[in-house]
Design a protein around this ligand. Structure first.
Ligand code: UD1
Ligand code: CA
Length: 434
C-alpha cells in the first residue's frame, strides 16, 4: 500500500567515523543485507520515490543504490554539514511538491513498514506539520533527547553533545524518523543555523523553527524501542544484529518451530520455516530460504541462502548448504558441502560428501542432480555438472565425474592391497641394523 503524494528522503551521506571502517557505514550488512536496504525496504512500499542523500564515498553508495534499489534517485551532499543540510539537498527536486516527506536515516535498519504506516497515519490525523518518531530507551547516550513541556508537548530536541545535566538523564530519544508537510516546512532548511557543539546544521532544529512559526509539531512515541536503534559503531552493529535475529527466533518459536538455544542460533529474517522443524544449537541460517515441516537441522549446520528443504529432511553437524533444493525424507547428516544442487526424495548422502560445483578455470558454477533414493557413499566428490540416477549407489571414497545411470553402482576406489606382516618385518630389520 502506498500513501498518495508521499516521498521519502533517506540520509546516507555521513562518513560514519565511529565505525572505523573503509566501507561506508550504510553499506555494512546484517545477514548479508546492507543497513540502507533495510531502511529502503521499510519505506519503499509507502512512497512514490525515495531520494537517497549520498556524500561520503558517494560513488560507492550511489553505485550500490543504482544496482540494487528501484524507485530511487541519489542526490549529492558535499561537504557533509549535518542532517539538516542533507535534507536541503532534496530542495530542488521537491520545489513544487505538495504532500508528505518521510525522512529516515540510513543507519537505523530495524524500522518496520507497519510502524511507518501507523506513524504517517498519525501525522495525517493530527494535521501536524512535523511529526517525529520517539521512543524510551534504557541507554539514551548518543541520541537526541526529546524535551517536552508541562503539557507533554514536544518543544525541542537536544543533541547529546549539547545536553545539560538535566537533559542528559531524559530517556525519551529522537528515533530519527520524521514526517514533514513539505510545503510548510521547506523554508526551515534555509533558516536553521549551526550554532551548536558540532557546528552542524541539525535536522532536529526544524522543531523549534516550526514552533516559532506557529506550525504544529508532534512526537509519536513507539513502544518497541528497538525499531529506532541506530548503528554508529561496530558495537552497535553487533547489538542491532543480535536484536534482529532474536526477533526472528521469537517469531519462529511463536509459529511452532522448535529452537533449543536462542543464544547460538542465527536465522535470517528472509527464511521461512514450517512448524515442528527442530533447530539445534549453533546453527547459522543466512539469506533467503524455505524450510519445510519436521526437518531437523544442526547442531553446527550452515545454510547460506537460496536453499529449499521439503518436509522431513535431516541436515546434520558441519553440513554446509547453498543454492540447493532437497526433497522430502532425505538425509545429509554429517560433514558435507552441497551447493548448486537438486536432490530428490529418500536420498542418503554419506558423511564427507562434497559437490565440487566451482570450476576455478572457467570460474563457472555447475549443477549436481541427485535423483530419488540414490545413496552417496561417504567421502565422495561429485564433480559438477553431474547427475546421479534414481536408486543409484556411489561407493565410498569415489570421485564422480560422469553421469550415473539409475540402479548402477559407481565406484572409483583403487583395488585393495594387503602386504602380509609388513610392519613386523620392517621392525625386525631395523633391530638387525642396531
Ligand atoms: C541523529 C540525530 C539524533 C537521533 C539519532 C537517531 C541529528 C542532528 N541527530 O544523531 O537526534 O537521536 O540520529 O539515530 O539529526 N548524514 C548525512 N549527512 C550529514 C550527516 C549525517 O547524510 O551531513 C546521515 C548519516 O549518514 C546517517 C544519518 O544521517 O545515516 C544520521 O547521522 P549520524 O551522524 O549517525 O547522527 P546521530 O549522531 O546518530
Ligand atoms: Ca546515527
Amino acid at each position: 500500500m502506498s500513501f498518495k503524494n508521499t516521498k521519502a528522503i533517506i540520509l546516507a551521506a555521513g562518513c560514519g567515523k565511529r565505525m572505523k571502517s573503509e566501507l561506508p557505514k550504510v553499506l555494512h550488512k546484517i545477514f548479508d543485507v546492507e543497513l540502507l536496504k533495510y531502511v529502503y525496504n521499510a519505506v519503499n512500499n509507502l512512497v512514490d520515490i525515495s531520494y537517497i542523500i549520498v556524500g561520503h564515498q558517494a560513488s560507492v553508495v550511489e553505485d550500490y543504490c543504482k544496482a540494487n534499489l528501484n524507485n530511487i534517485k541519489c542526490l549529492l551532499q558535499f561537504p557533509q554539514k549535518g542532517t539538516g543540510d542533507a535534507v536541503k539537498k532534496a530542495y530542488n527536486e521537491l520545489k513544487d511538491f505538495e504532500g508528505n516527506v518521510i525522512v529516515l536515516y540510513g543507519d537505523a535498519p530495524l524500522i518496520q513498514e507497519s510502524t511507518l504506516k501507523e506513524f504517517v497515519e498519525y501525522h495525517n490525523q493530527n494535521q501536524s506539520i512535523v511529526t517525529v518518531m520517539t521512543a524510551k530507551v534504557d541507554n539514551p547516550k548518543g541520541y537526541g533527547r526529546i524535551i517536552r513541556d508541562d503539557n507533554n508537548s514536544l518543544i525541542k530536541i537536544v543533541e547529546e553533545k549539547d545536553t545539560n545535566e538535566q537533559e542528559k538523564i531524559i530517556n525519551e530519544v529522537n528515533g530519527g524518523v520524521y514526517c514533514l508537510d513539505w510545503q510548510k516546512i521547506k523554508y526551515a532548511f534555509n533558516e536553521i543555523d549551526c550554532n551548536n557543539a558540532q557546528n552542524e546544521y541539525y535536522l532536529t532544529d526544524i522543531i523549534t523553527w516550526a514552533l516559532k512559526n506557529s506550525l504544529k509539531v508532534s512526537g509519536y512515541k513507539i513502544e518497541d524501542e528497538t525499531q529506532i536503534l541506530g548503528v554508529n559503531s561496530k558495537k552497535d552493529l553487533a547489538n542491532v544484529s543480535k536484536i534482529l535475529k532474536d526477533k526472528v527466533i521469537d517469531n519462529l518459536l511463536s509459529e511452532g518451530v522448535t529452537i533449543y538455544d536462542k543464544n547460538t542460533t542465527w536465522i535470517s529474517p528472509f527464511t521461512q520455516i514450517e512448524p515442528d522443524t527442530i533447530i539445534l544449537p549453533n546453527v547459522y541460517i543466512n539469506g533467503k530460504n524455505k524450510i519445510g515441516r519436521n526437518c531437523k537441522i544442526g547442531p553446527f549446520s550452515h545454510i547460506r541462502g537460496n536453499v529449499e528443504l521439503e518436509d522431513n529432511v535431516k541436515i546434520g553437524n558441519f553440513v554446509e548448504l547453498k543454492n540447493a533444493k532437497v526433497k522430502s525424507n532425505t538425509n545429509i547428516c554429517h560433514l558435507s558441502y552441497i551447493g548448486d544442487s537438486e536432490i530428490g526424495k529418500d536420498v542418503n548422502i554419506g558423511a564427507g560428501t562434497i559437490t565440487a560445483n566451482y570450476n576455478s578455470i572457467t570460474k563457472e558454477k555447475n549443477k549436481t542432480i541427485i535423483k530419488n533414493k540414490a545413496s552417496i557413499g561417504s567421502n565422495s566428490v561429485l564433480v559438477a555438472p553431474v547427475c546421479i540416477g534414481e536408486n543409484a549407489m556411489i561407493g565410498a571414497n569415489t570421485t564422480v565425474t560422469k553421469d550415473v545411470e539409475q540402479n548402477n553402482l559407481y565406484i572409483t576406489r583403487t583395488k585393495e592391497k594387503v602386504i602380509k606382516d609388513y610392519v613386523k618385518v620392517k621392525k625386525e630389520n631395523m633391530e638387525g641394523i642396531k
